[in-house]
Write a protein that binds this ligand. Structure first.
Ligand code: PLP
Ligand code: COI
Length: 344
Protein backbone atom coordinates (compact mmCIF):
# COMPACT_ATOMS: atom_id res chain seq x y z
CA UNK A 1 0.00 0.00 0.00
CA UNK A 2 1.25 3.47 -0.83
CA UNK A 3 1.24 6.04 1.92
CA UNK A 4 -0.90 9.00 1.00
CA UNK A 5 0.89 12.28 0.32
CA UNK A 6 1.32 14.48 3.35
CA UNK A 7 -0.92 17.55 3.58
CA UNK A 8 0.02 20.25 1.07
CA UNK A 9 0.76 22.65 3.93
CA UNK A 10 3.66 20.41 5.05
CA UNK A 11 5.38 20.10 1.66
CA UNK A 12 8.79 21.68 1.08
CA UNK A 13 8.00 23.24 -2.31
CA UNK A 14 11.59 24.27 -2.97
CA UNK A 15 13.00 20.74 -2.77
CA UNK A 16 10.55 18.59 -4.64
CA UNK A 17 12.66 16.69 -7.16
CA UNK A 18 10.70 14.35 -9.43
CA UNK A 19 9.05 11.73 -7.25
CA UNK A 20 5.75 9.89 -7.08
CA UNK A 21 3.22 11.15 -4.55
CA UNK A 22 -0.14 9.62 -3.83
CA UNK A 23 -2.38 12.71 -4.04
CA UNK A 24 -6.03 12.69 -2.93
CA UNK A 25 -7.65 12.46 -6.40
CA UNK A 26 -7.15 10.93 -9.84
CA UNK A 27 -9.42 10.44 -12.86
CA UNK A 28 -10.32 6.99 -14.11
CA UNK A 29 -12.36 5.82 -17.10
CA UNK A 30 -13.04 2.31 -18.41
CA UNK A 31 -13.47 1.05 -21.95
CA UNK A 32 -15.76 -1.97 -22.25
CA UNK A 33 -18.08 -3.31 -24.94
CA UNK A 34 -16.59 -1.00 -27.53
CA UNK A 35 -16.96 2.29 -25.68
CA UNK A 36 -15.50 4.57 -23.01
CA UNK A 37 -17.58 5.39 -19.99
CA UNK A 38 -17.52 9.03 -18.97
CA UNK A 39 -15.05 8.43 -16.14
CA UNK A 40 -14.86 10.00 -12.72
CA UNK A 41 -12.54 11.16 -9.98
CA UNK A 42 -11.54 8.55 -7.42
CA UNK A 43 -9.46 8.48 -4.26
CA UNK A 44 -8.22 4.94 -4.97
CA UNK A 45 -4.64 5.01 -6.29
CA UNK A 46 -4.48 1.24 -6.85
CA UNK A 47 -5.50 -0.22 -10.20
CA UNK A 48 -7.30 -3.57 -10.00
CA UNK A 49 -6.53 -5.47 -13.20
CA UNK A 50 -6.64 -9.01 -14.53
CA UNK A 51 -3.43 -11.06 -14.66
CA UNK A 52 -3.90 -11.49 -18.42
CA UNK A 53 -3.83 -7.73 -19.09
CA UNK A 54 -1.98 -6.94 -22.34
CA UNK A 55 -0.29 -3.97 -20.66
CA UNK A 56 1.52 -6.37 -18.33
CA UNK A 57 2.64 -8.94 -20.90
CA UNK A 58 2.85 -7.21 -24.23
CA UNK A 59 3.41 -3.58 -23.36
CA UNK A 60 0.03 -2.35 -24.60
CA UNK A 61 0.37 0.85 -22.59
CA UNK A 62 0.95 4.49 -23.42
CA UNK A 63 1.16 7.67 -21.39
CA UNK A 64 1.56 11.42 -21.45
CA UNK A 65 3.19 14.07 -19.30
CA UNK A 66 2.06 17.68 -18.87
CA UNK A 67 2.10 20.28 -16.14
CA UNK A 68 -0.17 22.75 -14.37
CA UNK A 69 1.39 26.08 -13.38
CA UNK A 70 0.37 28.54 -10.65
CA UNK A 71 0.63 32.13 -11.84
CA UNK A 72 1.65 35.26 -9.95
CA UNK A 73 -2.01 36.30 -9.58
CA UNK A 74 -2.75 32.83 -8.22
CA UNK A 75 -4.69 31.11 -10.91
CA UNK A 76 -3.71 27.77 -12.43
CA UNK A 77 -3.03 27.12 -16.09
CA UNK A 78 -2.02 24.36 -18.49
CA UNK A 79 0.53 24.55 -21.30
CA UNK A 80 -0.71 23.21 -24.66
CA UNK A 81 -2.74 20.27 -23.26
CA UNK A 82 -4.37 19.83 -26.70
CA UNK A 83 -0.97 18.69 -28.00
CA UNK A 84 -0.74 16.00 -25.32
CA UNK A 85 -4.29 14.84 -26.11
CA UNK A 86 -3.37 14.59 -29.77
CA UNK A 87 -0.07 12.81 -29.19
CA UNK A 88 -1.78 10.29 -26.93
CA UNK A 89 -4.30 9.71 -29.70
CA UNK A 90 -1.40 8.94 -32.05
CA UNK A 91 0.28 6.65 -29.52
CA UNK A 92 -3.02 4.81 -29.09
CA UNK A 93 -3.32 4.28 -32.83
CA UNK A 94 0.17 2.80 -32.93
CA UNK A 95 -0.73 0.25 -30.22
CA UNK A 96 -4.29 -0.44 -31.47
CA UNK A 97 -5.82 1.14 -28.39
CA UNK A 98 -9.05 3.18 -28.46
CA UNK A 99 -8.07 6.84 -27.94
CA UNK A 100 -9.85 8.68 -25.15
CA UNK A 101 -11.67 11.60 -26.86
CA UNK A 102 -9.33 14.61 -26.96
CA UNK A 103 -11.79 17.16 -25.54
CA UNK A 104 -12.65 14.80 -22.69
CA UNK A 105 -8.92 14.26 -22.08
CA UNK A 106 -8.46 18.01 -21.54
CA UNK A 107 -11.55 18.26 -19.30
CA UNK A 108 -10.34 15.32 -17.22
CA UNK A 109 -6.89 16.92 -16.81
CA UNK A 110 -8.61 20.08 -15.54
CA UNK A 111 -10.77 18.08 -13.12
CA UNK A 112 -7.70 16.39 -11.65
CA UNK A 113 -5.91 19.72 -11.26
CA UNK A 114 -8.93 21.34 -9.58
CA UNK A 115 -9.43 18.39 -7.22
CA UNK A 116 -5.75 18.52 -6.16
CA UNK A 117 -5.38 22.31 -6.41
CA UNK A 118 -3.71 22.56 -2.97
CA UNK A 119 -0.83 20.55 -4.41
CA UNK A 120 -0.08 22.96 -7.27
CA UNK A 121 3.15 24.51 -5.94
CA UNK A 122 3.15 28.23 -5.08
CA UNK A 123 4.28 30.69 -7.77
CA UNK A 124 7.96 31.50 -7.44
CA UNK A 125 9.12 28.12 -6.17
CA UNK A 126 9.65 26.81 -9.72
CA UNK A 127 7.52 23.79 -8.82
CA UNK A 128 4.59 22.57 -10.93
CA UNK A 129 1.89 19.94 -10.75
CA UNK A 130 2.94 17.13 -13.11
CA UNK A 131 0.07 15.21 -14.67
CA UNK A 132 0.45 11.68 -15.90
CA UNK A 133 -2.30 10.42 -18.22
CA UNK A 134 -1.92 6.66 -18.70
CA UNK A 135 -3.76 4.09 -20.78
CA UNK A 136 -3.42 0.33 -20.38
CA UNK A 137 -4.94 -2.71 -22.05
CA UNK A 138 -6.64 -4.88 -19.43
CA UNK A 139 -8.81 -7.99 -19.10
CA UNK A 140 -8.15 -11.71 -19.52
CA UNK A 141 -5.98 -12.28 -22.57
CA UNK A 142 -3.05 -14.49 -23.45
CA UNK A 143 -2.58 -14.40 -27.24
CA UNK A 144 -0.67 -11.50 -28.75
CA UNK A 145 -3.73 -9.45 -29.71
CA UNK A 146 -5.05 -6.08 -28.59
CA UNK A 147 -7.17 -6.14 -25.43
CA UNK A 148 -10.90 -5.58 -25.58
CA UNK A 149 -10.92 -3.58 -22.34
CA UNK A 150 -8.87 -0.53 -21.32
CA UNK A 151 -8.30 1.78 -18.40
CA UNK A 152 -7.51 5.45 -18.86
CA UNK A 153 -6.34 7.29 -15.77
CA UNK A 154 -4.75 10.65 -14.97
CA UNK A 155 -2.86 11.10 -11.74
CA UNK A 156 -0.76 13.99 -10.53
CA UNK A 157 2.04 15.06 -8.22
CA UNK A 158 3.96 18.24 -7.47
CA UNK A 159 7.45 18.19 -9.01
CA UNK A 160 10.61 20.26 -9.20
CA UNK A 161 13.71 19.64 -11.35
CA UNK A 162 13.91 16.36 -13.28
CA UNK A 163 17.67 16.30 -13.83
CA UNK A 164 19.35 16.93 -10.51
CA UNK A 165 21.12 20.03 -11.77
CA UNK A 166 17.92 21.86 -12.71
CA UNK A 167 19.22 24.89 -14.56
CA UNK A 168 22.81 23.94 -13.69
CA UNK A 169 24.51 22.16 -16.62
CA UNK A 170 25.03 18.40 -16.31
CA UNK A 171 26.82 15.93 -18.53
CA UNK A 172 25.19 13.33 -20.76
CA UNK A 173 26.63 10.25 -22.45
CA UNK A 174 26.07 8.32 -25.64
CA UNK A 175 25.41 4.59 -25.39
CA UNK A 176 25.95 1.31 -27.18
CA UNK A 177 22.19 0.73 -26.82
CA UNK A 178 19.34 2.12 -28.88
CA UNK A 179 16.14 3.57 -27.53
CA UNK A 180 14.05 2.82 -30.59
CA UNK A 181 14.19 0.91 -33.86
CA UNK A 182 14.14 2.70 -37.24
CA UNK A 183 10.54 1.72 -37.95
CA UNK A 184 9.52 0.91 -34.38
CA UNK A 185 7.67 2.89 -31.74
CA UNK A 186 10.16 5.68 -31.03
CA UNK A 187 7.73 8.39 -32.11
CA UNK A 188 5.02 7.13 -29.75
CA UNK A 189 4.94 7.63 -26.00
CA UNK A 190 4.63 3.95 -25.15
CA UNK A 191 5.83 2.12 -22.06
CA UNK A 192 8.08 -0.28 -23.97
CA UNK A 193 10.39 2.51 -25.13
CA UNK A 194 11.13 3.33 -21.51
CA UNK A 195 11.45 -0.29 -20.35
CA UNK A 196 14.27 -0.74 -22.87
CA UNK A 197 15.92 2.47 -21.70
CA UNK A 198 16.25 1.43 -18.05
CA UNK A 199 19.52 -0.48 -18.46
CA UNK A 200 21.36 2.15 -20.54
CA UNK A 201 19.92 4.85 -18.24
CA UNK A 202 21.18 3.03 -15.18
CA UNK A 203 24.65 2.60 -16.68
CA UNK A 204 24.74 6.30 -17.49
CA UNK A 205 23.64 7.33 -13.99
CA UNK A 206 26.19 5.03 -12.36
CA UNK A 207 28.90 6.64 -14.47
CA UNK A 208 27.79 10.07 -13.23
CA UNK A 209 25.78 11.26 -16.24
CA UNK A 210 22.28 12.74 -16.13
CA UNK A 211 20.91 10.74 -19.03
CA UNK A 212 21.76 8.93 -22.26
CA UNK A 213 21.92 10.76 -25.58
CA UNK A 214 20.77 8.08 -28.00
CA UNK A 215 22.20 7.90 -31.49
CA UNK A 216 20.16 7.01 -34.55
CA UNK A 217 19.59 3.27 -34.51
CA UNK A 218 20.45 2.70 -38.19
CA UNK A 219 23.92 4.28 -38.37
CA UNK A 220 24.89 5.46 -34.86
CA UNK A 221 26.24 8.68 -36.33
CA UNK A 222 23.50 11.20 -35.49
CA UNK A 223 22.02 12.36 -32.22
CA UNK A 224 18.41 11.30 -31.76
CA UNK A 225 17.34 12.42 -28.30
CA UNK A 226 17.88 11.88 -24.59
CA UNK A 227 16.10 9.14 -22.65
CA UNK A 228 13.48 11.56 -21.35
CA UNK A 229 13.85 14.67 -23.46
CA UNK A 230 14.67 15.97 -26.95
CA UNK A 231 18.08 17.49 -27.76
CA UNK A 232 18.92 20.97 -29.01
CA UNK A 233 22.11 22.74 -29.96
CA UNK A 234 22.72 26.38 -30.83
CA UNK A 235 25.33 26.85 -33.54
CA UNK A 236 28.13 29.39 -33.47
CA UNK A 237 26.20 31.36 -36.12
CA UNK A 238 22.99 31.43 -34.05
CA UNK A 239 20.86 28.64 -35.42
CA UNK A 240 18.77 26.63 -32.99
CA UNK A 241 18.99 23.03 -34.24
CA UNK A 242 17.08 19.99 -33.06
CA UNK A 243 17.25 16.51 -34.61
CA UNK A 244 14.71 15.43 -37.17
CA UNK A 245 14.05 11.71 -37.08
CA UNK A 246 11.05 9.41 -37.40
CA UNK A 247 12.11 7.51 -34.28
CA UNK A 248 12.18 10.32 -31.70
CA UNK A 249 9.32 11.54 -29.56
CA UNK A 250 7.64 14.62 -31.10
CA UNK A 251 8.25 16.82 -28.08
CA UNK A 252 5.78 19.60 -27.36
CA UNK A 253 8.54 21.54 -25.63
CA UNK A 254 10.66 21.13 -28.79
CA UNK A 255 7.97 22.57 -31.07
CA UNK A 256 7.51 25.42 -28.61
CA UNK A 257 11.26 26.07 -28.37
CA UNK A 258 11.60 26.14 -32.17
CA UNK A 259 8.95 28.87 -32.24
CA UNK A 260 10.47 30.81 -29.33
CA UNK A 261 13.98 30.61 -30.81
CA UNK A 262 12.78 32.11 -34.06
CA UNK A 263 10.18 34.61 -32.87
CA UNK A 264 11.44 35.70 -29.49
CA UNK A 265 15.21 35.09 -29.47
CA UNK A 266 15.97 36.19 -33.02
CA UNK A 267 17.67 32.91 -33.94
CA UNK A 268 17.24 30.80 -37.02
CA UNK A 269 15.51 27.57 -36.07
CA UNK A 270 15.59 24.22 -37.83
CA UNK A 271 15.11 20.49 -37.47
CA UNK A 272 17.91 18.56 -39.13
CA UNK A 273 20.78 16.12 -38.77
CA UNK A 274 23.06 16.48 -35.75
CA UNK A 275 26.16 14.39 -36.37
CA UNK A 276 27.85 13.19 -33.21
CA UNK A 277 31.31 13.84 -34.68
CA UNK A 278 30.41 17.43 -35.54
CA UNK A 279 29.53 18.88 -32.15
CA UNK A 280 32.06 21.69 -32.58
CA UNK A 281 29.49 23.65 -34.57
CA UNK A 282 27.49 24.23 -31.36
CA UNK A 283 28.27 26.85 -28.76
CA UNK A 284 25.40 25.71 -26.52
CA UNK A 285 23.34 22.56 -26.05
CA UNK A 286 20.53 21.28 -23.89
CA UNK A 287 17.75 18.81 -23.31
CA UNK A 288 14.12 19.87 -23.46
CA UNK A 289 10.88 18.30 -22.36
CA UNK A 290 7.99 18.69 -19.99
CA UNK A 291 9.87 17.12 -17.08
CA UNK A 292 13.30 18.37 -18.21
CA UNK A 293 12.01 21.89 -19.10
CA UNK A 294 15.21 23.39 -20.60
CA UNK A 295 18.18 21.57 -19.06
CA UNK A 296 21.60 22.82 -20.15
CA UNK A 297 24.01 20.11 -21.27
CA UNK A 298 27.55 20.74 -20.04
CA UNK A 299 29.14 18.06 -22.18
CA UNK A 300 28.42 14.83 -24.05
CA UNK A 301 30.66 11.81 -23.73
CA UNK A 302 31.28 9.92 -26.96
CA UNK A 303 33.97 7.26 -27.48
CA UNK A 304 35.55 8.06 -24.11
CA UNK A 305 35.90 11.77 -24.87
CA UNK A 306 33.82 14.46 -23.20
CA UNK A 307 32.83 17.21 -25.61
CA UNK A 308 32.07 20.32 -23.60
CA UNK A 309 29.82 22.92 -25.23
CA UNK A 310 29.76 26.19 -23.28
CA UNK A 311 30.72 25.23 -19.74
CA UNK A 312 30.25 22.37 -17.31
CA UNK A 313 29.23 24.78 -14.56
CA UNK A 314 27.76 27.95 -16.09
CA UNK A 315 24.46 28.26 -17.94
CA UNK A 316 25.03 29.52 -21.47
CA UNK A 317 23.31 32.84 -22.30
CA UNK A 318 20.91 31.77 -25.08
CA UNK A 319 19.94 28.63 -23.18
CA UNK A 320 19.08 30.82 -20.21
CA UNK A 321 17.04 33.15 -22.41
CA UNK A 322 15.18 30.20 -23.86
CA UNK A 323 14.49 28.88 -20.35
CA UNK A 324 13.27 32.29 -19.17
CA UNK A 325 11.01 32.79 -22.17
CA UNK A 326 9.50 29.29 -22.06
CA UNK A 327 8.90 29.24 -18.31
CA UNK A 328 7.74 32.87 -18.50
CA UNK A 329 5.01 31.78 -20.91
CA UNK A 330 4.17 28.69 -18.86
CA UNK A 331 3.83 30.61 -15.58
CA UNK A 332 1.95 33.49 -17.22
CA UNK A 333 4.64 36.17 -16.87
CA UNK A 334 5.32 36.46 -20.60
CA UNK A 335 2.72 36.79 -23.34
CA UNK A 336 1.88 33.41 -24.86
CA UNK A 337 1.18 32.74 -28.51
CA UNK A 338 -2.52 32.26 -29.24
CA UNK A 339 -3.84 28.94 -27.92
CA UNK A 340 -0.81 27.85 -25.87
CA UNK A 341 -2.34 28.47 -22.45
CA UNK A 342 -5.55 27.05 -21.03
CA UNK A 343 -6.84 28.26 -17.71
CA UNK A 344 -8.06 25.62 -15.28
N1 PLP B 1 11.60 12.55 -25.49
C1 PLP B 1 11.26 11.61 -24.61
C2 PLP B 1 11.82 10.25 -24.79
C3 PLP B 1 10.38 11.93 -23.57
O1 PLP B 1 10.03 11.00 -22.67
C4 PLP B 1 9.88 13.23 -23.45
C5 PLP B 1 8.94 13.56 -22.39
O2 PLP B 1 7.77 13.70 -22.59
C6 PLP B 1 10.28 14.18 -24.40
C7 PLP B 1 11.13 13.81 -25.40
C8 PLP B 1 9.78 15.57 -24.32
O3 PLP B 1 8.47 15.70 -24.80
P1 PLP B 1 7.54 16.85 -24.27
O4 PLP B 1 8.24 18.12 -24.54
O5 PLP B 1 6.30 16.73 -25.08
O6 PLP B 1 7.33 16.61 -22.84
C1 COI C 1 7.83 14.02 -19.53
O1 COI C 1 8.63 14.95 -19.69
O2 COI C 1 6.62 14.23 -19.37
C2 COI C 1 8.27 12.64 -19.55
O3 COI C 1 7.44 11.82 -19.81
C3 COI C 1 9.68 12.34 -19.27
C4 COI C 1 9.91 11.21 -18.31
C5 COI C 1 9.49 11.51 -16.93
C6 COI C 1 9.42 9.91 -18.82
Amino acid sequence: MMTKAKPATEIDWNNLGFNYMDLPYRFIAHYENGKWNKGDLTQDSTLHINEGSTALHYGQADFEGLKAYRTKDDHIQLFRPDMNAKRMHNSCERLLMPAFPEDQFINAVKEVVKANADYVPPYGTGGTLYLRPLMIGVGGNIGVHPASEYIFTIFAMPVGAYYKGGLKPTNFTTSYYDRAAPHGTGQSKVGGNYGGSLLPGDEAHKAGFSDVIYLDPATHTKIEEAGSANFFGITKDDTFVTPKSPSILPSITKFSALWIAEHRLGLKAEQGDVFINDLDRFKEAGAMGTAAVISPIGGIEYQDQLHVFYSETEVAPLTRKLYDELTGIQFGDVEAPEGWIQRV
